[in-house]
Design a protein around this ligand. Sequence first.
Ligand SMILES: Cc1cc2nc3c(=O)[nH]c(=O)nc-3n(C[C@H](O)[C@H](O)[C@H](O)COP(=O)(O)OP(=O)(O)OC[C@H]3O[C@@H](n4cnc5c(N)ncnc54)[C@H](O)[C@@H]3O)c2cc1C
Length: 502
Amino acid sequence: MSAALLRRIVIVGGGSAGWMTAAALSSLLDPKDVTITLVESDAIGTVGVGEATIPDILAFNQMLGVSEAEFMAATQATFKLGIEFVDWGAKGERYIHPFGQHGVDMQGIDFHQYWLRARDDGAREPIEAYSLCALAAQAGRFALPDPNPRSVLSQIRYAYHFDATLYARFLRRYAEARGVVRVEGIVGDVRQGADGTIAGLTLRDGRTVEGDFFFDCTGFRALLLGETLSTGFVDWSHWLPCDTALAVPSEHAGPPTPYTRATARDAGWQWRIPTQRRVGNGHIYASAFQSEAVARETLLANLDASALGDPRRIAFKAGCREAFWRGNCVAIGLAAGFLEPLESTSIYLIQEGISRFISLFPRGDIPDILRTEYNRHMRTEFEQVRDFIVLHYAATTRDDTPFWRYCRTMTLPDTLLHKIELFRETGRVFRYNDELFARPSWVAVMLGQGIVPAACDPIVATLPAGDVAHSLASMRQAMAAAVERMPRHADFLSRYCPAVAA
Ligand SMILES: Cc1cc2nc3c(=O)[nH]c(=O)nc-3n(C[C@H](O)[C@H](O)[C@H](O)COP(=O)(O)OP(=O)(O)OC[C@H]3O[C@@H](n4cnc5c(N)ncnc54)[C@H](O)[C@@H]3O)c2cc1C
């Protein structure tokens, strides 16, 4: 390799990770300067269940310059305003983790401190009564955010539910139109140069693919970074013991809800993700605590409508690679690591891996410091997402099954323990290093699962009770009135982005 620009980029794998990488790079690089080749095998197939996303995906689509309505129609997408958690903190309880904020911060003090003060004064509305996204989700309504920051509707934040297979297909069309060359075939051998970097691939039929830089998007197998470059795996299954998913689509039982539902079960949880044409369902469970037969029965007994096929089993382990970039190879997607989809973060982590790579785009001779920076950043991202997901299991009063007794008593990562204790004792939450989940998300989940701070902010505690109650009542009324004016989610979809046939 020379110190010149990388000339030949090779992506191995054509799931969401591979095609997102191909689309992003092809939107930036001129094929006259840099060729991009993507190798995938229809015979191996993809995981194809990544269906719920978080608002950061809007930035990815904007980077590609794709029309939202076109993307949504092609992927049969619906809007998502948050996640409803059922039976997590205690059986019979539910709460919404909405996108966006609760209420409005006042005098530089976080809104939830005012909510805690009102609670001390006897108010009983849940904090989600002050979230426009939560209220709209519950009412089955949706509107795009108002660009006017004075409008209540400017508080809307949203993401999508979509069909992951159609998403990869959509991105493939995009990338191929920008010069990406797709090679169909199974990689049989990964060839290394004398310095240990990857030199090329040999397909099972004998064809070869050469490259200067390689993306390992081969899914759980991690063929390049894991198998060839022997990069170890950091196992977090002691904090996230679920290791199996059973996934099955079903028919709709009513109009698609603009939110994901995650219902806790005896040894894990079940997702419900509505797209325009069907509902994605899955049961994630810990095989050490439940048999596949019981998990399957639980899933099928808890669908809203008839299953469209047999459940598909996917085994996984929570954790990430010890390094994400070694030599001339970066792993993106499941090859980089996996955290269960409780907060819909995998596609975000793919996006983050791609954007960080682009921001560090190397020349042919890659200085070690680039790899160090990339690995440091991605490890922090994975750990921060991990902590937020573990919070849902740890903050529970459930002790009705061995699984929940394990979760509520497990030793937590120090970083998470600190956050929980700081909130429990003082009501404070801070966001470190631009972490993905900001204060409102931590507050929503901690309050939702029964961690209530001992006291509110001492400055807010001195305010006249009537003033606090009046401010909160005005916010509630403004939000409720705004939700009334929003169109029904199903009507909005049918006008804005009706699904096109797959
Ligand atoms: C149960 C479950 C639920 C999920 N839900 C969500 C969700 O709601 N939201 C979210 O954001 N994410 C979710 N995800 C994650 C999401 O599905 C994945 O992150 C995403 O699909 C990326 O997968 P991938 O492209 O890395 O791997 P895969 O989809 O497995 O693709 C791997 C690719 O590599 C190719 N390949 C492998 N070996 C070879 C070889 N030897 N030769 C040639 N090609 C090869 C395959 O053909 C395939 O094209 C979920 C994941 C699971 C397991």
